[in-house]
Structures are given as C-alpha cells and as structure tokens.
Design a protein around this ligand. Structure first.
Ligand SMILES: [Zn+2]
Length: 403
C-alpha cells in the first residue's frame, strides 16, 4: 500500500506545505510559529515564509499584531489563527439533475448549504441563475455578503478547457458549450468573485483526498459512478487534467465495439453498459419505471439480489477498464464514489474481481481499493478545499467581472 508513496515534485511541495500549515491552524485554533514548526515538521524559516504569504493573502491573522501593534516584541511567540473576518469560501456542484451550494469559513467548516433538483443539462442559463440565487440564500443564512467571499469553485459534469475556462464538449453538456461559467456566475452575483471551474469528478477527487477515503494518497484514481462514469486522477499529489481538461473520461473508453451508440457519438463506451441508464433498464421491469439511481443503490444495499447482481456486473465492466488504467498509472489508491459507489457498494466487489483478474499482480498488490466516504458532498468539499488551499492560483487568474 505504501509502495507507491513518494515525495512530491518541488512545485507541489510548496502548496502541500501551505495546506499543512492551514490544517495545523484549523485543528489547533491558534498557534505560534514555533508550534506550527513542531506540528508540521517543517523548518522555522519555511513556516515563517509561508505565514508571511498567508497573512498577505488574508487567510491568517497575527493576533498580537492585530490587537496591539508594537506592544508585542516577541515575534516567535505571536499567536496566529484563521479568522472568520478573513472571509468565506463558496462551492457549487452542478450534476446533470441537481445543484448543490455550500458556504464555509476558512477552516472548511460549513456555514450553510442548499440543494435543488434542476435540469442542469437542459438550460445553462437557468442553472446559473439558480446557483446565484442559492448563493444569496447561503450568504444570508450565514449573515455574510458577497464581499466576504475569497473565491468560489464550481464543478460541472463535463470537460473544462483550462485555457479558456469554457465547457469543452459539444455532446456532454450541449447547452453549456462555449459558455464561460465563471464569468456568467460572477456577473449574476454582481461582484468580482474569482471562480475556479473544474470537472465534478476532479473536485470529488480533491474532496476524498483532503477529507475522505484517500487522505495521504499521492497517486489516486477516483471514479464517480452516477448518471455517467467519470474519473479524477491525482498524480504525485496533483490533479492531472489533460491538455483540454478531458483527462479521466473513463465512461467513454471502449467496452464493446459492437455495443450501443453512446451519447458521445462513439459506439460501445463503458457508459453504455455500466452507466446508470442501462442499469436502471435492467431493473425497472421488476421495480417499476420510477426507480432512480439512488433507489437502485439503496435496493442493493438492502440486499436485493437482482440489484446487487446488476451492480456487481457493472463493477466487473468498470474494473476491466480500471485494470488497464492501473497498469499504466500505478495508483496507490482507487476510490469509488458517486450515487452508485461509496463504502459497501456491490459495485466495488465487481471492480475488485476484475482488477484481480486483469491488472498486473504487482499493481494489484500495491493499490488500495475502497468506497468514497463523503457521499454526494465530495464535490462540494473538494471545491471548498480548492478555494481555501489555492488562493495563489485564484488571485493570479481571477475571472470575475464587476457589474
Ligand atoms: Zn461515449
């Protein structure tokens, strides 16, 4: 299990150190620079540099400095903390049929949260309007304003072009194509909020890696199995997004060349046999046309033999592709999330079986397979961690507009 762990490349080391310091402040409430050095194992000079940077970013306050400037000469003993006044972070998660919004303080403690069933694919404009409306609601509940936001992260179930911030596929989210969701959202809020837009599976990957099933993993493959099948890939501690933001489209690898036509236009993609739609088709004649993806997962969890069989078979199909991916990437951890994944899902039994059969023994021996622990909040929590832990990138690529 620990075989794949290694030191990160220098670029991500600085960010990891930053996150470590923020984590230490989160768990301790307040600490001196010396405390932080002890807790994190980082050198005093590294801590000192990071704290200067974090104070500059408005994430950390120096209490001694704030209370009584000049009176406290002992810099090393000064008490540092994350302050509410430093701001709040917002995360928005668009699924194909839902919208979730969460507001958190800078210690990632959720202040308010909303969920709405909405046809996200059908109308981008209506979905963005709803996101702005829910944002106003969570801000009001937390007695904050849009000016308190240090940034926002938005997850979308499709590839995002990193260079332009636009939705990159004409077939996966047709009504969103060419749209700049970050600008559209900031415009609706009427404030220059920096918005990071990312693929939903990528945000869920960060969520599980920071708060859930994969804490400490450096080479992680997270698979979201819900309406569609998407993967997030963490390599050396960093998300691998690919040139056009399309990395991790596991649902569209070939499963059966003679199979059904997929929504992407290709034939026999993994999604055509293991996505929610074909699985529901297998069960609806017995459980009725109203059966939902969540309902199917609950049936399997409660021991329904048919539902378990369907999920195990889907897991075998997904595991077949994951075996190839694992042979190539050599992950230390694979986490299965989404409505059909999660701890205890029968899907994981099928995946384990195929991994064992089709991946190299050395790969199988060094990878840990588990279900996601954060459920359908993984995307929101990953989004929040991206905003809180990544303000340097946020400030260098602010995409908001002022009305
Ligand atoms: Zn496809």
């Amino acid at each position: 299990m620990s075989a794949g762990r290694s030191e990160n490349a220098p670029l991500s080391t600085r960010r990891r150190n930053r996150v470590q310091v923020l984590d230490a402040l989160r768990s301790s409430g307040s600490a001196s620079r010396a405390d932080l050095a002890r807790r994190t194992g980082l050198s005093r000079s590294t801590i000192s540099g990071l704290i200067t940077e974090l104070i500059g970013d408005g994430l950390v306050v120096d209490r001694a400095e704030t209370r009584d400037p000049g009176a406290q000469g002992g810099r090393p003993g000064a008490l540092l903390s994350l302050d509410r006044s430093a701001g709040a972070a917002l995360a928005i998660d668009f699924g194909h049929t839902h919208l979730r919004v969460a507001l958190a303080d800078l210690s990632a403690e959720i202040l308010a949260e909303r969920e709405l069933k909405i046809d996200v694919d059908g109308s981008a404009s209506a979905a963005l309007d709803a996101a702005a409306e829910l944002t106003r609601e969570v801000l009001e509940e937390a007695e904050l304003t849009v000016d308190d936001l240090i940034g926002a992260a938005m997850g979308l179930p499709g590839p995002i072009d990193r260079a332009t911030g636009a939705v990159g596929s004409s077939v996966i989210l047709p009504d969103w194509v060419g749209l700049q969701p970050a600008q559209e959202f900031a415009h609706r809020l009427g404030a220059p909020v920096g918005v990071i837009v990312d693929n939903d599976a990528n945000l869920a990957t960060l969520g599980e890696a920071r708060f859930g099933a994969a804490i400490g993993a450096t080479d992680l493959v997270y698979v979201k199995v819900a309406s569609g099948i998407g993967a997030g890939i963490l390599l050396g501690g960093r998300l691998h997004r690919g040139a056009a933001g399309s990395a991790g489209e596991l649902g569209h690898v070939l499963h059966d060349a003679e199979g059904d036509i997929c929504r992407c236009g290709n034939r026999g993609c993994l999604e055509t046999v293991a996505g929610a739609a074909p699985l529901l088709r297998l069960l609806r004649h017995r459980h009725g046309p109203e059966l939902t993806t969540r309902g199917m997962a609950e049936l399997a969890m409660s021991g329904d033999v048919g539902a378990r069989r369907v999920l195990i078979d889907a897991g075998r199909a997904i595991g077949r592709s994951l075996a190839d991916l694992s042979n190539i990437l050599g992950p230390d951890q694979i986490v299965i999330g989404g409505d059909l994944g999660g701890e205890g899902s029968a899907l994981i039994d099928g995946i384990r079986e195929s991994l064992g059969r089709f991946a190299l023994p050395a790969v199988v021996g060094s990878v840990e397979l588990s279900g996601g622990q954060l459920g359908n909040r993984a995307e929101l929590l990953g989004g929040l961690s991206l905003v809180i832990g990544d303000t340097e990138r946020l400030s260098s690529s602010r995409m908001g507009v002022t009305r």
